[in-house]
Design a protein around this ligand. Structure first.
Ligand code: HEC
Length: 156
């Protein structure tokens, strides 16, 4: 799927472009051509991450994402990554973990897309999952596993 750019985000992105001094801003969007089309089926539709990874992810999120998405994933310049806003988006776009992860790992942080180590993106996704009520397991989330996940994205 592709992320539809919501109107509300357009003005904030434009304002942000001024703030960060970008001369031309291309709207971030998931690139359908780079998204794998074959998905690895996950047993029981589960997505796994481990607790230590989520803790590391919380730190990385705080350093790289919270300034725009809020300390509590409540949103700010960027959209909320939790709660009712996420649930509405997820429902309207049939958002999967893989969709969200592909978008964040290729387009985020907005001012430096795809600039973080792969393990850090996976850890941030683990934190987002934990925050939204997905249970931890003993198996860490991998970059490939997150990219391929067809598990439905939702907030508790
Ligand atoms: C400089 C501000 C900024 C930073 C830093 C930033 N984002 Fe974003 N993010 C945005 C904006 C603005 C959008 C909306 C873009 C759009 O809709 O096309 C967005 C969209 C997203 C989306 C899509 C959500 C949706 O509802 O469409 C995800 C997921 C996301 N960001 C994750 C992250 C993660 C993870 C990080 C840290 C690694 C991060 N972002 C850092 C500004 C930021």
């Amino acid at each position: 799927m592709t992320f539809v750019i919501r109107r509300a985000a357009v003005t904030t992105v434009a304002a942000l472009a001024l703030l960060i001094g970008a001369s031309a801003v291309t709207m971030p969007r998931a690139d359908a051509t780079t998204k794998k089309t074959t998905h690895v089926a996950m047993a029981g539709g589960a997505v796994s991450y481990d607790a230590a990874q989520a803790t590391a992810g919380a730190k990385a999120y705080g350093a790289n994402c919270a300034s725009c998405h809020g300390e509590k994933l409540e949103g700010g310049v960027g959209p909320a990554l939790s709660g009712a806003t996420l649930n509405t988006l997820a429902k309207n776009t049939k958002l999967t973990v893989g969709d969200m992860f592909t978008f964040m790992s290729q387009q985020m942080p907005l001012n430096a897309p795809a600039s973080l180590p792969k393990a850090q993106y996976a850890a941030i996704m683990a934190y987002v999952l934990k925050f939204n009520g997905y249970p931890a397991s003993s198996k860490a989330l991998t970059y490939a596993g997150a990219t391929d996940s067809t598990v439905v994205m939702r907030s508790k």
